[in-house]
Ligand binder design. Sequence first.
Ligand SMILES: Nc1ncnc2c1ncn2[C@@H]1O[C@H](COP(=O)(O)OP(=O)(O)OP(=O)(O)O)[C@@H](O)[C@H]1O
Ligand SMILES: [Mg+2]
Length: 499
Amino acid sequence: MMKQELDIYIRARYPLLWLVTPEEERALKEIEALAQDQRKRLLIWSATTGVINPATPARADATKRDPLALLATILDDTEACIWVLRDFHPFLKEPTVVRRLREVAFGLRASNKTVILLGAVLRIPPELEKEVTVIDFALPNAEQLNQALTAVIESTQRNGKIEIALDKRQRTRLVQACLGLTENEASDAIAKAIVQARGRLDGDAVEAVTAEKQQIIRKSGLLEFYASEERLTNVGGLDTLKDWLRKRVRAFSDEARAFGLPEPKGILLVGVQGCGKSLVAKAVANSWRLPLLRLDVGRLFSSLVGSSEENLRNAIKVAESIAPVVLWVDEIEKGFAGVGSSNISDAGTAARVFGSFITWLQEKKAPVFVIATANQVHHLPPELVRKGRFDEIFFVDLPATAERAEIWKIHLLRRNRDPGQFNVQALAMASDGLSGAEVEQAVIAGLYEAFDKNRPLTESDLLEVLHETVPLSQMMAEEIEELRSWARQRARLASGKIA
Ligand SMILES: Nc1ncnc2c1ncn2[C@@H]1O[C@H](COP(=O)(O)OP(=O)(O)OP(=O)(O)O)[C@@H](O)[C@H]1O
Ligand SMILES: [Mg+2]
């Protein structure tokens, strides 16, 4: 993938490419292969070694360790060549280096020379933004990870006896479990599993590697594997939405492709607080039997975890390599609220990151189903809700009476009470204006009453609680009206009834 993309850019004489990856060695191997295909000279620079030709690695030119000297050489050099600059970004703090690199970019435009900046970090100085083309290096696919697995087995065997007890199916599952990791991370995780099992590699390694992967992904700070037991049957009401989702249970199967169906891109759920938006997101992955990844948009923009652009790219890479997967972007407006406003410190970055997210939403090829949720529409950038970004935008309103009856049943059942023992219809009528979350809270409050009195839960406990409850919707009547009028023009109702 990357090799093809790189090949095109080099042939098209793009002078300055930035390849973002923590996997320097694997990327270098691919660049070497590419240079051979194109019969081009390849020179690799780093601040510690200077310039090296991988064909004659013993003869490093240490006189070019200085970045300015290096850039001068690149400009003067007349031969066709691919220059790879490892970890060059720290030097871009120097105004003279930035200026020189710009001159290189201009100077190389019509030449047969290409400069590739290779590193784990993406931080483009504004002066170079127009000159640099960013390329992503995808995480290893199943086939590459399978080779890595073979390599780990061979190297551990060389170091001592190990027992391999993997059948073909287990091996496939182990490789699948490694998806989303770099080659080194995968090799380390497998090696660790072998050591933990005292020199044995069997089906248990799948779990060990999965646990390790969850750790690694969480450490990246933005993504989290979300384990949830929720099912769509635990969601009361929202029939149109549930029906839409149910029809797509097999949407990521080969049969669906053969039938001529496109893969669904994703949905945006907008609506009133506590009415089940997050609940639906959690339930979908289970119903579709796909892993659920949660993206923390708030942290995407916090400067604590490095550069936002690189963070987003990394998160997308991980999600795509695990695909098919459900990517849950909860409270999306919180992250992208600053786009277009000038009162946040780095509006430029926010806009750029938002732009790449939108582009990805629209153009992504990997089967990543995005579920975004929002409850504050005036913070939603209009570009986000334009056609083509999501398959549908659903509006999740307060539940109507019949829907509340379902929600009562679900939550009574969840607390091991038989809904048949209660007049659910009466409860539904008495809870007008309550959200699903508030119905759940009422059940809990009623249980406390009964528990305190040392007797079973009765309907009157619940009715009493309702009597004392002021629904949030009463206090937020204005906000909810605003939401509804926004939704009337832009969204589809998640349940058939119009409130
Ligand atoms: N339609 C529903 N059916 C069953 N339970 C519900 C429903 N809506 C809400 N609940 C209960 O309320 C809890 C909170 O709902 P949820 O977190 O999904 O609300 P939300 O729409 O995401 O709200 P917010 O906008 O505040 O994030 C759920 O975990 C569930 O227990
Ligand atoms: Mg929520």
